[in-house]
Structures are given as structure tokens and as C-alpha cells.
Design a protein around this ligand. Structure first.
Ligand code: GLN
Length: 601
């Protein structure tokens, strides 16, 4: 097993995750099996109880692990399936050491950070690196380890010490360190400054780790003089200084890294045995994707009605899934984040301008997503957004809480159960359309939901969703919820046109709902966003984008087999009109151009 440790210097948020994933992408294209481990030095056991406002979304794995959203980057970039143990936290390491101590396995010794915690880290890394992360069961050959935070953080120290020891444990030819640093370019001088990088490399060296590669992040390209300076002052040859400036899309990052000789360097340093000369069409699909994204001209406007809209990372996977689908259909995604409470009547009284602006944005969108969420705040706004879509034939995708909102809205408006609600919102409601699942453990918050991959069986012959999934009989997707649709109301809902077209294979729980006679009104109890990949968009998202640009019917009637090029031709338009989006002023889903590298993918 070969290990590449990726550390960060100067400040966090410069795109260490994307760079670490890019190492994996490049190596994967060389035919090497790659896995990854993300280390988060916080004390939480996992990300399950995090507020999306602090850390961005909680990413969910097949095995039900609730982990840092960076694992989503790895899964999407490398197209692998990670396990909960691929995310290490200080909490997990201490928990394992303390449990061992309680079992008496330290034989009366004093248990200390060095060697016991540092040993536990090394053993964990060695064990998890060997787990297969692909369907074919192949054993990984290279493990990319991303150490969260920046060098010098107090929480990260035991991990740095663990890797200082680890480099000797696994031998030099099996371990290398890439240090991602920032080269600021202050406006006052306009010159790139290398001092912060010099200090952070010095600090890393002082802790016993020497960087094999220094990856310099900067706003604009930096020239050879600066590269040479970094090489001189940081004591690495110039070819081991890689410069990554802000790029138009994150898919450009692996390409830029590859063009600076990362493959021959790693091949030599880690004795990887990959050819030095790459074939001419090397990373062709990746290059095509980057180019395709840059050449998209037509726009599709999607509104995301949620409650954590102030931090874009809170909906990282949903945003990515929308982007994957838009690119596939040949459209540039314009994503508008709408704060659900701003659609509520109380806002009209307190701040009418914001209220009307939110409604204007919603009404002008080509399609709407109501994503997952928890708690009462914003629920009525989400229900209003569902009603708008249902009654105006606006394409709609509801996810988890979004599905629950759609069902409650339908029950209130069509079945005239005016006080229909979820017991999560109103425990006393007379019409509990959404109820607690029996297995939900109310005593504890962390790890008590219905989590991870489950199989949904499609029912109903011609549902749109079944067609989008390629007419398979069933599909596996990931879950994260405590509440479910109350089966007591299903008969009435179905009779009124709300069809439940997917059920959990074992428990018969409602998994997918679809409205008859609508341009696209689909909601899922599972979270399809987690399995979306840049080159394999998630079907429910693809359906939403196709419907939003008026191409769903033709896509379905052609057996879901258009080529992407055909999809962007106007000849394939469906017969219902699509609003023009040209005059809209919208918030772009991509961070401002030239700052993309620092985001998740
Ligand atoms: N709060 C809802 C539940 O627990 C929905 C969860 C979600 O959207 N992830 O069922």
C-alpha cells in the first residue's frame, strides 16, 4: 500500500479537498485502485449531529455513516463507495482507545497520546486503507489521506505525530506528503508573496514531516520566478512545486496538476510502475467534461427552497447533483437559494419586500427543489413552494423532508385535511400525515435515524421515475430520516391522484411519490443526491432538469437514449412552453468564477 498524505498550510478553505481528490483522479486514470481517508481532528464521533450551518451538509454513505462532506468529493471524483471508517475523527480514535483501556488491554500501563493515540491512528489508517471501495472488490493500491485543518492547529498535533512515525513504519517508498499552501497576492503590491508558505513548510518540517510536493494555491497564475523562490526557500526541487491558480471549474484541477508532471513524480517517488508517457487521449472524458462545462450557453433556473441557504455547502450534494444533470442536458445551472421562511405569511407582515422578492424568484424559476431538512422552521414555506409547483405545473423534486412537505400540502389542499401535518412539526395534529418510524430511538440524537442504502421497489408500470431509472424493477439509494408517510392516508392520497410508485423492499415504506398529469412532480424519501456522479447524473435530478427545459417527454419517448448533443437541440423541445430566463437576475450556483477550486466539487 502506498500513502499520500495531504496537509494544509496558512489557512483552511483553499481547496485541499479538491486537490487531494485530484491526486486520486489522476492515479485512477493511470489504472491504479485508489481509496481515501479524511481525518477531521474534532472531538465529535461523526458529523451526524452537526448543524449544516457550521460544517455544511452531512454526507451519508452506503453503510449509513454520517460523515464530512469532503467524503462526497472523493466519492464523486473517484467514483468509489467509501465506508464510515474512511472518516477518522479525534472522537473515534479516543473512543476506541478508551474502550480498549476499559477492557484492560493496556495491561495496567498509563494510557497516553504518544504512543497509544498515535498508534491507534496508524493502525486505523493501515486497516481502512485495505478495504475495497469498488464494486469489483479490488484491493486499493494507493490511499490518499487528507488531514483536515492546517498545520499547527492544536487538535491536529497527535495526527501529525502519528504520520511522522508512520513514514518509518511503512518505509520511505510507500509514503509521501503533499503540502497545500496559499500564495497570497495582496492588491497593495500585486506581487505573489511566499512568506506564509515558507513559514508553514518550516512548521511542518519542525514537526518531522518533509513535504515531497508543495501545492501552491493562488488567485492568478504565478510564474517561474516565484516557483523557483519557493523551491529555494522551502528546500524542494522546482519540479516538486505545483501551482494551482483559481480555475473556471474544479474539473480543471486534475488536468492542471497532471500537466505539471505529478504522474512521473509519484511514479518515481512511490515506485508506482506507471508509464511516464501518457497516451494522447489520457483523461479524455475528464477533459471533455471540463470543456463542456465551459461551453454551456443556455441556462436553466432552479430554485432551491431550504432553510440553511446562507451557507451554500449546506446543500453541497444537491447542488452537485443539479449541476451534473444540467451539464448532461447541455444547460448551465443557475441556482437560486430561497429561504423557506421568506415565503411564509408572517414574513409578509414583518418584511414585505423580502417576501415578494422570494415569491418572485420562486415564480420565475424553471424548476424547484425542496431538499431534506429537520425541524419546524421554514416548513410552512416549503409547503407553499410545493403548492406553487403542483398548481402551476412547475417541475418539482422533493427530497426526504421535501417529500413529506409535498404529501402534507396535497392532503391539506386536495383532501381538505386542513390541519394535516408531520408529528415532527406538530405532535398533536389530528391528521398526522407523517409519523415517527417505530425504530426511531427518541433518547439519543447521534446515529439513530434510518440511515444508509436500502432497496426501493418500483410499483406501477409506467411511472416517470421508473423510466428515468432505466425501467429497472428496483433501485438502491441512501437514506437519512426519522419520520415516514403514514400508511393510513395512502389510499385516499392515491385515489386523489398522488401515486406512491416506489416502496421499501422490506418494510413497504413509501419511498417515491409522483403526481399524475403534471410536467414533473416527483418526491423521494431517500436522498438521490448522494449517488450522483459528474458523468452519471442521478435520475430524479435528470428528470427535473429535463422537465425544466421542456425536454422530458421527448427524452422518455425516445427510450431515455438521446445523446447529450441532441438534448441541447431545440428540435427536441416538448410541447409545453418554457419560460425564458434571460432577463432574470439570479444567484449563480457556482461560486464566483475564479474561486471554484476552494469549494467542494
Ligand atoms: N426530518 C425528516 C425526518 O427525519 C426529514 C429528514 C431529511 O430530510 N433528511 O424524517
Amino acid at each position: 500500500m502506498k500513502y499520500i498524505l495531504v496537509t494544509g498550510g496558512v489557512i483552511s478553505g483553499v481547496g485541499k479537498g479538491v486537490i487531494a481528490s485530484s491526486f486520486g483522479t489522476i492515479l485512477k486514470h493511470c489504472g491504479i485502485h485508489v481509496t481515501s481517508i479524511k481525518i477531521d481532528p474534532y472531538i465529535n464521533i461523526d458529523a451526524g449531529t452537526f448543524s449544516p450551518y457550521e460544517h455544511g451538509e452531512v454526507y451519508v454513505l452506503d453503510d449509513g455513516g454520517e460523515v464530512d462532506l469532503d467524503l462526497g468529493n472523493y466519492e464523486r471524483f473517484l467514483d468509489v463507495t467509501l465506508h464510515k471508517d474512511n472518516n477518522i475523527t479525534t472522537g473515534k480514535i479516543y473512543q476506541s482507545v478508551i474502550e480498549k483501556e476499559r477492557r484492560g488491554e493496556y495491561l495496567g500501563k498509563t494510557v497516553q497520546v504518544v504512543p497509544h493515540i498515535t498508534d491507534a491512528v496508524q493502525e486505523w489508517v493501515e486497516r481502512v486503507a485495505n478495504h475495497s471501495v469498488s464494486e469489483d472488490g479490488n484491493k486499493p493500491e494507493v490511499c490518499i489521506i487528507e488531514l483536515g485543518g492546517t498545520i499547527g492547529d492544536i487538535e491536529g498535533m497527535p495526527f501529525v505525530e502519528a504520520f511522522r512515525q508512520f513514514q518509518f513504519r511503512v518505509k520511505k517508498e510507500n509514503f509521501c506528503c503533499a503540502h497545500v499552501s496559499l500564495i497570497p497576492q495582496p492588491r497593495s503590491t500585486g506581487e505573489p508573496k511566499t512568506k506564509p508558505t515558507q513559514s508553514s513548510v518550516r512548521e511542518l518540517r519542525g514537526l518531522g514531516l518533509s513535504p515531497d510536493l508543495i501545492i501552491c494555491r493562488s488567485e492568478n497564475p504565478i510564474g517561474d520566478t516565484i516557483k523557483d523562490k519557493i523551491s529555494n526557500f522551502c528546500h524542494v526541487p522546482p519540479e516538486q512545486v505545483i501551482t494551482i491558480h483559481d480555475l473556471s471549474s474544479i474539473y480543471r484541477v486534475p488536468l492542471l496538476m497532471e500537466s505539471q508532471g505529478v504522474i512521473p513524480f509519484l511514479s518515481d517517488r512511490l515506485q508506482l510502475n506507471v508509464g511516464i508517457q501518457q497516451p494522447r487521449n489520457f483523461m479524455r472524458k475528464w477533459r471533455d467534461l471540463a470543456e463542456r462545462i465551459e461551453h454551456l450557453r443556455k441556462e436553466v433556473v432552479i430554485a432551491l427552497v431550504g432553510k440553511y441557504t446562507k451557507l451554500e455547502d449546506s446543500y453541497a450534494s444537491v447542488t452537485k447533483a443539479l449541476q451534473h444533470a444540467s451539464v448532461q442536458v447541455g444547460y448551465k445551472l443557475k441556482l437560486k437559494y430561497i429561504e423557506a421562511c421568506n415565503l411564509e405569511k408572517t414574513k409578509l407582515q414583518s418584511d414585505p419586500v423580502i417576501y415578494y422578492e422570494a415569491w418572485q424568484q420562486l415564480c420565475k424559476s424553471d424548476g424547484v427543489v425542496v431538499p431534506g431538512g429537520f425541524g419546524k422552521r421554514g416548513m410552512e414555506g416549503k409547503i407553499k413552494a410545493c403548492k406553487w409547483c403542483r398548481t402551476n405545473n412547475t417541475p418539482f423534486l422533493g427530497i426526504c423532508l421535501g417529500m413529506q412537505a409535498a404529501v402534507i400540502e396535497f392532503a391539506r389542499d386536495v383532501l381538505h385535511l386542513s390541519n394535516a401535518n408531520s408529528t415532527e412539526i406538530d405532535n398533536e395534529t389530528e391528521n398526522p400525515l407523517v409519523i415517527d418510524m417505530p425504530e426511531h430511538n427518541q433518547g439519543q440524537m447521534g446515529g439513530t435515524m434510518r440511515l444508509g442504502k436500502r432497496r426501493t421497489r418500483f410499483s406501477g408500470e409506467n411511472s416517470v421515475i421508473k423510466q428515468l431509472y432505466g425501467n429497472k424493477n428496483s433501485v438502491e439509494e441512501r437514506h437519512r430520516h426519522r419520520y415516514e408517510i403514514n400508511p393510513k392516508y395512502v389510499g385516499d392520497l392515491q385515489a386523489a391522484g398522488m401515486k406512491f410508485v416506489g416502496h421499501d423492499e422490506q418494510s413497504e415504506r413509501m419511498e417515491i411519490v409522483e403526481l399524475e398529469g403534471h410536467s414533473y412532480y416527483v418526491a423521494t424519501q431517500y436522498h438521490p443526491e448522494y449517488l450522483s456522479r459528474p458523468l452519471k447524473p442521478s435520475p430524479p435530478f435528470l428528470g427535473l432538469i429535463l422537465a425544466s427545459v421542456g425536454k422530458l417527454k421527448s427524452y422518455l419517448s425516445s427510450g431515455c437514449r438521446f445523446s447529450p448533443a441532441q438534448l441541447s437541440d431545440n428540435d427536441f423541445d416538448d410541447d409545453y412552453p418554457v419560460e425564458s430566463t434571460n432577463s432574470l437576475k439570479v444567484v449563480s450556483s457556482t461560486k464566483p468564477t475564479n474561486s471554484n477550486v476552494s469549494g467542494s466539487d
